[in-house]
Each structure stands twice: as C-alpha cells, then as structure tokens.
Ligand binder design. Structure first.
Ligand code: DAH
Length: 348
C-alpha cells in the first residue's frame, strides 16, 4: 500500500479521535469520507491510470476507504453513547419531588356582586343595559335636567376630556344609561345598568376616583312609588338578608321628582342598639338614591308622559360590598391584593 494512502488512514483516525462531540465528528467525517475528501479524490484519479495499474490501485483505495468508514462508525457509536448518557444525567427528573400547588385565579368580589345583582333583576324580568364610560356631557348632565351651573359640573367633581370642545366627560354616574335606554326603546322598560363611574376624588377609606354603580330604571303604565319601594325592599333583602328593608328619606335629584335617599335597616344592630357604631344609633344607614323619573327627563327622551311614568334608583357597588362583608376601608377593594380577593371564594 502506498505511503500516502496509509497517511489518509492515520489522518482520519486522529481527526475522529479529536472530535469530542457529534457535531465535530460530522465535520471530520465530511472531510475524510465526503465527496471532496482525499480518498474520494484518489478514487476519481483512477481513470487517469494505465488500465494495468487500475485494478490493484482500486482495491487499495477501497480497502482504505472501508477502514476509514469502519473507524468512523465506531467513533460515531461511541460519541452517541456518550451523548445519551449525558442527556440521561442532565435531564433527569426526580419523580419523588412534591408537585407545585398552583393558585386558581378568580373573579373580583365586585364582579361577583355585579353578577349577583344582575341575576336578581333578570329574575324579575329586567334586562341588563350598559353604556360607555366616556360619555357626552349632554347625556351625563343636560338630558338628566342637571343645569350648566350645577355644582356637580365643576372641574373639582368631573373629569372633562380635552379638548373641551369634544363635550365628553368620564361619566360621573350610571344615570346617562337611563337616557340612552329611553331614547333607544319604547316602554315598557325594565333595565338594570351596572358600570364604572368616575369622579375626581382622592383615594381614601371612603372615596375612590374610579368606582361602580348600579342603576335601575322602570318605565311603564301606572308605575308608582309603591312599586319603587317594593322593588328596593326586595333588592335590600336579597343583598343583606331577611329582615333588612328600606326607608325612603325625602331628598333632591334633578332627574327625579319626588326624590329620596334610600336607607337600609342597620345590618349590624338591626335598629336595636343606641350604641351601634355602624349606624351611630340611628338604626338606618344610607345606601343610595331614588325617585320617580322627572317628567322633564321623560319628555327629553320622547316618552309620552300621559301614558307612562317610571322610577329609578342608583347605588354604589363598593358601598354595597362594604356593607355586605364588613369591609371598613374602600382601598382594600381597589388595590387588588389577592389575599383580600381570595376570601370571597375566587373562581366561583
Ligand atoms: N345618579 C345619582 C348619583 O350618582 C344616584 C341616583 C339617585 C340615581 C337617584 C338614580 C336616582 O337613578 O333616581 O349620585
């Protein structure tokens, strides 16, 4: 066998041994056995030899080639075995480790309460109505008979949207949904309207600039304040338990006439303690506002006031949640700490 063929074997042997992983080995095999390798070249040069020399040289080349191929195969097997052993160690899974307990997510207590209230009223035949949080000044104020010089319409109370010529505000209450509903459909109307509302208050134990209200509106024939009172009593009992009814206290809202504040029986002392800290011995706590829809509002919304009348009410959801669960600081509701939320049966 010629010297240079023998050298090809030892060069390939060294290269295969030096390859320390399968990637390096693949390139070594390409250099020593591939189409452009010296052995392939030698094979191609056979045609240039005299026919008499060709057979012997051909046999030599073939035996060198099979020797290199055999070395390649055994080195590849060796490297594959090493790799498999390494993977087995590196990717070992300890099946005896305890599993990680993952917390289930859930709905915020305000969302749960909103859904409960909607369910209650849907059960009474109401529909759920919603409106935009970015509301026109006309729907938020004018259509509700709140005049331009009303204190609620000052910068201290309302978030106005720039440029002011857009005449848009972040709605300060859910009452504009009443107007939208009346403009949109004909009586009989029975709707419950939950939603987010905004006022430029600082966040403290009893105020938050972003809060939630739920508004009720009924427009039908022969609707009286007795229907309003019965509805509110039913609502209060469903929210706060048997025996918690409501009391109406004369008040004023531009969009209702007559208007009243809705008080509920004190859910702590039930009116039986002069020392009660919740109601300060009054026996009642304020819950929301209500009244018979002002005919001016009905007319602005195209309702025939000779045929129809109606009532409306509006409550704060945060306040309702605080009453129901004895929460004394509104910031707990706003901040979204899961340790607070988890107490309300998340993921219901
Ligand atoms: N919109 C009033 C507020 O935010 C609450 C209210 C009072 C709503 C009386 C009503 C109502 O529908 O009749 O203070």
């Amino acid at each position: 066998m010629s010297e240079n063929l023998r050298e090809l074997i030892s060069a390939a042997k060294t290269a295969f041994e030096q390859a320390s992983d399968l990637d390096q080995f693949k390139s070594a095999r390409l250099s020593h056995l591939g189409d452009k390798s010296p052995i392939a070249l030698a094979n191609r040069e056979l045609s240039q030899l005299a026919p008499t020399d060709r057979a012997a040289r051909g046999q030599e080349i073939n035996s060198v080639k099979s020797e290199i191929a055999a070395m390649a195969q055994s080195r590849e097997e060796e490297l594959t075995r090493e790799r498999d052993e390494r993977i087995l160690i590196e990717e070992r899974v300890d099946v005896t480790l305890p599993t990680r307990v993952s917390q289930r997510g859930g709905l915020h207590p305000l969302t749960l309460l909103r859904d409960d209230i909607c369910d209650l009223f849907v059960g009474l035949g109401y529909e759920v109505a919603e409106g935009p949080e970015l509301e026109s000044e006309w729907l938020n104020f004018d259509a509700l008979n709140i005049p331009a010089d009303h204190p609620a319409r000052t910068m201290q109370d309302t978030f106005f949207i720039e440029p002011l010529t857009t005449k848009l505000v972040l709605r300060t209450h859910t009452s504009p949904v009443q107007v939208r509903t009346m403009l949109d459909r004909k009586p009989p109307i029975y709707v419950i309207c939950p939603g987010r509302t905004f006022r430029s208050d600082e966040l403290d134990a009893t105020h938050t600039p972003v809060f939630n209200q739920v508004e009720g509106l009924v427009i039908d024939e022969h609707i009286t304040m007795a229907h309003l009172k019965g509805t509110l009593d039913h609502f209060a009992t469903a929210m706060f338990g048997e025996g918690i009814n409501t009391r109406l206290r004369p008040s004023f809202f531009p969009f209702t006439e007559p208007s009243a504040e809705v008080d509920i029986r004190c859910f702590v002392c039930r009116g039986e303690s002069k020392e009660c800290r919740t109601c300060k011995g009054e026996g009642w706590v304020e819950w929301g506002g209500c009244g018979m829809v002002n005919p001016k509002v009905l007319i602005a919304c195209g309702i025939d006031i000779n045929r129809n009348s109606g009532f409306a009410f509006g409550m704060g959801l945060e306040r309702t949640l605080m009453f129901r669960h004895g929460i004394t600081d509104m910031r707990e509701i706003v901040e979204g700490d899961v340790r607070f939320t988890a107490q309300f049966g998340v993921g219901r």
